[in-house]
Design a protein around this ligand. Structure first.
Ligand SMILES: O=C(O)C(=O)C[C@]1(C(=O)O)C=C[C@@H](O)C=C1
Length: 302
């Protein structure tokens, strides 16, 4: 028998090798771009002044800052970036996967600017809460589970750097939001940001932070308000696009409401008054970027 010679490459194996080589090139480009992005973040950290505020250590990518986390976070900028990703996206890669990759990148670069931990609401389902926190803040971050929403608020209030995540429960056990606002914690974001039926990490939650240095003008402002027990101004509020995020009723009703940015505080008070709810003073306690509903999109690629 003649010695067998190696099989000549078939056109299929050629094609496979060519595609893998193209994937390697793309991976190299992506890696190079991430390295370039991290170099830009180093310069941005200096420009933003989020470096170590006066300690002996110099802060840089290897030594996260002890500057307030609020100085590092730019939630509205993050929302703009996410909107552009949604607009540009096409093809078979699920949009929520793109969101996840970018959340990991942004969280990592935030972590280079401020050293913080995230306090989680232990009264919520532990797996759902952890999924939401990991999806939004990445896998490198320290998570601390607190007993309940009040303990999360207290932990964020006791720190200049830490964040909190509280599950949104319409009928709340306590009016935990009373301690928000002013120099206390603020609501910074609402999760999830991209809405899609069946998406992973879909537990509705609010993110708390120390006051951010440039809060900007959020699409949705969040207010605390009280009204008379037994009154249900839900429909009147809904007609103005106002959502009751959570409420707690004892002698009166304490509510946390989400209000479109163009509705004034006087207009909210008037709606409640007209509905016979006799509201107390309204206090703004934060705001967030409006979510993007992928199910509503005209684009079939989602
Ligand atoms: O733009 C900034 O101010 C940044 O710090 C950069 C960056 C990012 O990685 O793109 C990180 C954190 C902010 O929340 C927003 C964006």
């Amino acid at each position: 028998m003649p010695p067998s010679s190696p099989a000549a490459p078939t056109s299929d194996t050629d094609r496979l090798a060519e595609l893998r080589s193209r994937i390697d090139q793309i991976d190299e480009q992506m890696h190079g771009l991430l390295i370039e992005r991290s170099n830009i973040i180093d310069a941005l950290v200096e420009a933003k002044g989020t470096q170590n505020s006066g300690g002996t250590q110099s802060a840089g990518p290897d030594s996260p800052s002890d500057a307030p986390t609020g100085a590092a976070f730019r939630p509205l900028r993050e929302a703009d970036m996410m909107r552009r990703l949604v607009e540009r996206h096409e093809g078979s890669l699920p949009m929520v996967t793109v969101e996840h990759i970018w959340r990991e990148i942004i969280s990592t670069f935030t972590r280079l600017q401020a050293d913080y931990v995230v306090h989680l609401d232990g009264s919520a389902d532990a797996i759902d809460m952890r999924d939401a926190a990991r999806f939004y803040f990445g896998f490198a971050l320290d998570l601390v589970t607190e007993e309940d929403p009040d303990a999360v608020v207290a932990a964020v209030a006791a720190s200049t750097t830490d964040l909190g995540v509280i599950a949104l429960t319409r009928a709340a056990e306590t009016p935990w939001w009373r301690a928000l606002g002013g120099s206390g914690p603020h609501i910074l974001a609402r999760l999830p940001f991209l809405l899609e039926t069946g998406r992973p990490a879909d537990m509705p939650a609010l993110v708390l932070s120390p006051p951010v240095s440039e809060p900007g003008d959020p699409d949705i402002s969040v207010y605390c308000v009280t009204w008379m027990a037994g009154k249900r101004p839900d429909n009147a509020l809904a007609q103005a696009g106002i959502e009751i995020l959570a409420r707690h009723t004892s002698e009166g009703t304490d509510a946390l409401i989400a209000v479109p940015g163009d509705v004034t505080i006087d207009a909210i008070a008037a709606i409640l008054q007209d509905a016979g709810a006799e509201p107390g003073p309204l206090r703004e306690v934060g705001g967030y970027a409006a979510a993007i509903d992928l199910d509503d999109s005209d684009d079939d690629d989602f």
